[in-house]
Design a binder for this molecule. Sequence first.
Ligand code: SF4
Ligand code: SF4
Length: 375
Amino acid sequence: MSAASTSSAPGKFDARPFLAIWETTQACDLICKHCRACAQAARNPQELTTEEGKGLLDQFASGGVPLVVLTGGDPAKRPDLLELVEHGIRAGLNLGLTPSATPLVTDALVAELAALGLSRLAISIDGPTPAVHDDFRGVDGSFAEARRILAAARRAGLATQANTTIHAGNIGQLSAMAALVEELGARLWSVFYVVPTGRAQADMLPDADSVEASLQELAQIAARVRFGVKTTAAPHYRRVLAQRAKRGDGRIQHGTYGATAIRINDGRGFVFVSHQGEIFPSGFLPVACGNVRNDPVLDVYRNHPVFTALRDTERLRGKCGACEYRNLCGGSRARAYALTNDYLRSDELCSYVPPGYTGPLGLEREPLRLRLVET
Ligand code: SF4
Ligand code: SF4
């Protein structure tokens, strides 16, 4: 067994997630092409109430979850947003927020969030130019709003994060994106490789070789910029970093607030609660394992068979199961599920072939085709 495999920490995230995300609402005024939530403009009356939300935040606080993020949809669509943020911070949470870049996030709201003690504000930037970004987000002016909100956060002394979705159409623009993230003064760049769920379709996926090249480029960028870099739904970035370190390139700056250095993955160090209270291993892996209206969220995280399976890398199948980096990486379980209906299969966006592996390389795409035909 290689150093990469033995250096893992089995069971490290068995007791509690490192990161809990609550989808406060699915309402949003943008119309992004890839939207996981298939967001609509109106709020759903079945959303968790203010009191239910506070109870959920209390569970995270008493359970010692290190980091909690309020997301959406657009959390700014909830009139009780400040009340929830204040409650969470008073409960002792390290709280982040990912609102959508719309006029709802006024400069005054940003200042209030900063005054309450919000840890970080994350805003999406999906292209180096307004044309690329606005086309993807579906609303003209969204790029300008994103810049305005990030500037307001800087003025308010609030740490910021830029989130970028990588898909087949923008995978060649990483360097230009990184320059923009630097200009905007973000502390962390979270680079998300698209998962075909919600509105995102399989034809948005880049091919595995392009992803590999982009992860190598990302490692080079991370070595030279002042902000941290992490990936979401591309845990093989950790494999790329480990391989580069083995070759003597150890100049990597890990995002201190990110997941790159801490090896979290869907259901492993990560839990997601939907707007209606369903408990998922992640927002991109929509397998409901309980509901916070009935089930203590950390009990589900610790004990539900889907979560325990996701934390057991010996159960991975195919190439990921044979890979010496499976504890360090493990592949995107969400993408495996989206493409094959099996969250334990290999991640098709990784081009690495483990030494001696002779099994199938291309995954069983038939289920995906069947599903697309059915819909
Ligand atoms: S901003 Fe987020 S919630 Fe709103 S449409 Fe885009 S991806 Fe969906
Ligand atoms: S084969 Fe799977 S576990 Fe190995 S590096 Fe690729 S995605 Fe990660």
